[in-house]
Ligand binder design. Structure first.
Ligand SMILES: C[S@@+](CC[C@H](N)C(=O)[O-])C[C@H]1O[C@@H](n2cnc3c(N)ncnc32)[C@H](O)[C@@H]1O
Length: 251
């Protein structure tokens, strides 16, 4: 895995701390009405969403592929005085649990980190098997409709008076045949104006059409698929839609 390593995870935890919402936290809460139901969050990351849900009494656990992200998740769980045995290291296609779940949630476009169909199909089958009958799969998607080859953006994260991380993001490649955009992220960690560490992240994101995701979900055994734009239940997608949420039920 060449993303979500040391500096990337540090920046994620700093820039998107536990409880920071893009509208997703409130929306997922509104779609998960039974707090006692068992919920799984694949790619749980630093616990940004899982920890506030735990604090509100939800029965949720998660896994993630990145040890660095899980390290922050563990730290954040401890700071919130919550048990840490509810997270584990696993991927979308190899996770194993002895129980099944009433809901599986994947907020914030993380689903699009799966860039090939074999992985997507395997993951959807795993999600289907991990759900109880009538269980819900809920995840966010977005289009890559603002891609400009070669465009570069720089962000500065000021960690303290003497410490900062700069992030240079370059839109590096667009692959229409496979519906994927590649971004190169260069992280530089500065202490007292001295460069201490650099990290390169290749970030590949897929996009999926509405019909396409519905066909994939049906093929994996899901029914009653709904699509909701901008975190408003069943709001239609337009060209201006930034993010949309797919919900499907295990038949
Ligand atoms: C954008 S972060 C989202 C974290 C968290 N769900 C949130 O909303 O804040 C994406 C996460 O996906 C994880 N990830 C990427 N590929 C994965 C895979 N194949 N299996 C499991 N986790 C994966 C990364 O390690 C990272 O923590």
């Amino acid at each position: 895995m060449d993303s979500y390593q040391s500096l990337s995870a540090k920046v994620y935890n700093f820039d998107k701390p536990v409880g920071k919402s893009f509208g997703d936290l409130e929306y997922y809460q509104s779609r998960l009405t039974n707090k006692a139901s068992a919920i799984l969050e694949p790619a749980v990351g630093t616990g940004r969403i899982m920890i506030p849900l735990l604090q509100q009494g939800y029965n949720i656990q998660g896994f993630d592929l990145s040890n660095e992200m899980l390290g922050y998740c563990e730290e954040n769980l401890k700071s919130a005085q919550l048990p840490t045995n509810i997270m584990q290291q696993a991927s979308f296609t190899n996770f194993q649990y002895n129980e099944t779940f009433d809901a599986i949630i994947i907020p914030s476009g993380t689903f699009l980190l799966m860039t090939d169909y074999v992985e997507i199909k395997q993951a959807l089958q795993k999600f289907h098997s991990a759900l109880n009958s009538n269980g819900k799969l809920i995840f966010d998607l977005f289009f890559q409709n603002d891609f400009q080859l070669g465009r570069t953006n720089i962000k500065i994260f000021t960690l303290s008076d003497s410490e900062k991380i700069t992030l240079t993001m370059t839109e590096a490649e667009i692959d229409y045949a496979n519906q994927a955009a590649t971004y190169i992220h260069r992280y530089e960690h500065w202490k007292a104006n001295q460069l201490k560490e650099t990290e390169l992240e290749t970030f590949r994101l897929k996009w999926l059409g509405i019909e396409e995701i519905q066909l994939l979900l049906k093929e994996a055994g899901f029914i009653d698929i709904t699509i909701s734009a901008d975190y408003q239940y069943k709001k239609s997608i337009t060209n201006g839609t930034e993010i949309f949420t797919v919900e499907a039920i295990k038949s």
